[in-house]
Design a protein. Structure first.
Lengths: 160, 239
């Protein structure tokens, strides 16, 4: 385990202990919630993790580098932002997946675009958003999010 | 068994591919497992801690205090509260819709609602930890700073384009006509908290909460108010 994970376990352990002292019942209820969330997502997580292995085995790094690498950044970023918009995937499943692509040679610019639109732009949930807040709000927010995902991605490309 | 397959379509497909590979090209299958192993181990190390931390935050952050800090004239304080509310909540972005709708009715501004929705989507404390693990702390840090700035700009732009009149806010139902409860299925994240707290009223079917009886008397409704408050996505409502 790296130092980062260890400290996260430390913080969480401390928080859990304090929570337990302050209110036993509340803590147990929250643990039930944690268990419920985990049970609901574990299938998807295992599926994605084993899918990463398949992708890394059958798609050679050169191909990933060619498609998502530095060479045609604008188009690959555009496509990544678009794919992120239409996908509905829990963010923490997306991180190891995107991480594996970056490790294999993908540029971080499309990676950022994908991660940002994945969470902020929701084409699948658009009807729901429209129903609650009206067409104008939903359109404005989603379009702005898409544009800013692109800007954030390009800026990270410049900074890092 | 069929139930498990139906619930985990992705996992089933991936496992079928593996079985096929182990028969046809065992070396490739072995290599795939080996390639996955690194990510699986990393995930096992961090996954439980993310779920536990998310649940503890959900249980202890005083949402009522935050929820009362909004409004048209709440200014910078309202903006900060919006960021906090979004960052410390669990669930996907659409889980924030009912809460934001409620805040709009209570007088929250359009820009604060955009901040809540956006930070709800991208800025999650436990998620940031996961991002730093798989993509590096520097990547996470820079993306976080740029995202916060972008959300602020977006919130003000949206308030310029969209006015409150554009959003249809339904009249609150009068509370004395309450005859029972219902669940907005599309918002339920299937956390199972309601079932755990009151199994006599709720049951999880296919990852979604269901109510056992729709019509209830006053005593039961009072009992249920606690669960309505506890529901992390506010999907349970009185009708």
């Amino acid at each position: 385990m790296d130092i980062f994970t260890i400290s996260l376990w430390g913080i969480t352990g401390t928080a859990f202990f304090i929570s337990l002292i302050k209110n036993k019942q509340k803590t147990f209820n929250s643990m039930k919630m944690a268990k419920g969330m985990m049970k609901n997502m574990i299938g998807e997580i295992i599926g994605i993790l084993f899918l990463i292995g398949l992708v890394l085995t059958f798609i050679p790094p050169e191909v990933i580098k060619n498609i998502l690498g530095e060479s045609n950044q604008f188009i690959s970023t555009m496509i990544s932002a678009f794919v992120g918009s239409i996908t509905l995937l829990p963010a923490f499943v997306a991180f190891p997946m995107v991480g594996s692509f970056v490790d294999a040679g993908a540029s971080i610019v499309p990676a950022v675009a994908f991660l940002t639109t994945l969470t902020m732009v929701g084409v699948v949930t658009f009807p729901l958003e429209k129903q609650e807040f009206g067409l104008k709000f939903a359109m404005t927010r989603n379009i702005l999010s898409f544009v800013f995902a692109f800007i954030i991605a390009l800026m990270i490309g410049v900074i890092m | 068994m069929i139930e498990i397959i139906k619930k985990n379509k992705l996992m089933t497909v991936v496992f079928l591919i593996y079985i096929f590979l182990f028969i046809v090209m065992p070396d490739k299958a072995y290599l795939s497992v080996k390639n996955s192993m690194y990510y699986i181990i990393e995930m096992i190390e961090i996954l439980p801690v993310i779920f536990i931390l998310t649940s503890i935050i959900e249980a202890w952050v005083p949402k009522e205090v935050i929820l009362n800090g909004f409004g048209e004239k709440s200014g910078i304080k309202g903006n900060i509260f919006s960021f906090l509310l979004g960052s410390f909540s669990a669930g996907p972005i659409y889980a924030a819709f009912p809460i934001c709708k409620m805040l709009l009715k209570k007088g929250a501004s359009i820009s604060n609602v955009v901040i809540i929705l956006s930070s709800w989507a991208v800025i999650k404390v436990p998620m940031l930890a996961n991002e730093a693990k798989f993509l590096g702390p520097k990547f996470m840090g820079i993306r976080w700073i740029l995202t916060v700035i972008s959300i602020l700009i977006m919130s003000y732009l949206t308030a310029v384009f969209v006015k409150k009149e554009d959003i249809a806010l339904k009249e609150e139902q009068s509370l004395n006509k309450v005859t029972g409860i219902d669940i907005k299925k599309q918002y339920c994240i299937g956390c199972g908290l309601c079932e755990k707290l009151m199994p006599q009223h709720f049951k999880l079917v296919d990852k979604k909460a269901h109510i056992r009886e729709a019509v209830l008397d006053d005593a039961k409704i009072n009992e249920l108010k606690e669960v309505i408050d506890k529901c992390p996505v506010k999907a349970i409502y009185l009708k």
